[in-house]
Write a protein that binds this ligand. Structure first.
Ligand SMILES: [Zn+2]
Length: 145
């Protein structure tokens, strides 16, 4: 009997969305959305969540689903990245109608984005974990025409 041959368990892909406070992916298949947090005391909306509220030090918040589309304010193509990140990749600032500016990776080809164009939320791998498996989180992509 060959006992020494233990089958290595194949690892499940790591599809854990990191920062569950930031991103909601509904199980019913409806589109993902980012979570803004509105201070119950002064009404200031922040993303990501800042606690206590930087305006009034309030500590109670209401979760507000943020718009899935926004306007690309600025972006940069990154050719020398951090470990675990395939280059080139693109990062940018997206202005949402809620008057929140989101920093995120952009999903698409380098040199294909333009400032002031509309982008929408998507999800995808943003980097690899220590085992070389993709970590999925939010990104923004061009609005498909
Ligand atoms: Zn506040």
């Amino acid at each position: 009997m060959a006992e020494g041959k233990k089958k290595k368990k194949e690892k499940e892909p790591d599809i854990t969305f990191f920062h569950p406070d930031l991103l909601e992916v509904p199980e019913d298949g409806s589109p993902p959305y980012l979570k803004g947090y509105k201070c119950k005391k002064c009404g200031k909306l922040d993303f990501p969540k800042l606690s206590p509220c930087p305006t009034c030090w309030g500590e109670e918040f209401e979760m507000i689903p943020l718009s899935r589309k926004g306007i690309l304010y600025s972006f940069a193509d990154i050719y020398i990245g951090q470990p675990g990140m395939d280059t080139p990749y693109i990062v940018g600032y997206i202005d949402l109608p809620e008057e929140i500016r989101i920093f995120a990776q952009l999903d698409g080809e380098v040199e294909s984005f333009k400032c002031d164009e509309e982008v929408e939320l998507t999800t995808g791998p943003i980097r690899m974990n220590q085992d070389g498996l993709p970590i999925i989180s939010y990104k923004f992509k061009k609005v498909s025409a």
